[in-house]
Write a new protein. Sequence first.
Length: 332
Amino acid sequence: MSRRDAILNGTARASQLHEDLGLKNRLRAGDEPIDVLGAMASLDIAVVFKPLKGLLGAYLRVPGAAGVVITSERPLHVQRFTAAHELGHHVFEHPLSTDSTVGYAARGERRGYDENELEADAFASEFLMPRWLIAAHMRRRSYTKQDLFRTDVIYQLSLRLAVSYSALCWALYGHGLFAHDQAEQMASREPKGAKQMAAADVVPQTWHPDVWALSERDHRSIIIGGPEDLVVLELEEHSTAGFAWDLREAKALGMRIRADERVVVDEEAMGAAQKRRLTLEGDVQGILRLAERRPWERNGQPNQSFEVRLDLHGRERGGMPRAQRAALRKTG
Ligand SMILES: [Zn+2]
């Protein structure tokens, strides 16, 4: 099999699985990433996280059962790409595979390649970052193809797709949106500048955690991040009419407020708009709800509301996937 055929196979099988699981229809609003662990659960693949030494993941198959082990020691985005790679081995019915690296195929680096690994890598990239899903997330935020040459745009898109910044650069190359040298150049840029841009005046202890720049366009989105991430909300506030965003529910959910300021933002179409910029953080899971109210109408109908579903627990730390444990607790 040629290298090109292996990549085409991987891509085609990922598209087929999107179809089989009804994902294209479910995710067309561009408000959530692919739930790779959920897909694996629906295919009865047992997944467990363990502190693997020198390995990212492994796929094992015995008659009648299939299992995947993923390292508990790497960031969430690496865990998710590894999970998608092992899912690729499963759909191709490959034999046992132990993986110390994943994602090389997408970067065009695997010389002397193993065709199973190429198929699994191409599958993983397409499963997590199909062109239609990237397009849906871009549409929701009115990003153009030209915007894809901005580090901050790629970075914010990668967060919403719950993939690493460089994985998204290489997926865009795979989709023909970047030339090879453009992908290389974009992938080599540190997203630190994009984090600083999103964080504005707030300086975190280190720049390792992510910084989410959320606006009205993220209303009802699913945000999958880490416990030290900064979540920066910039929402229009009708303060001249006496309205203000009410933070009681955010605090009740366990979010800490790192910064709270009122800013005037120039918007191309509408002139200057008054915005409230809130910088929040917290190791929480749940729905973050904010309501814009007049302070003297604390329990009245809000003028507008904003909500996002947060999962800020970060990487899986061991054992079964968290979502599966939570489902068992509910049924048990
Ligand atoms: Zn592999």
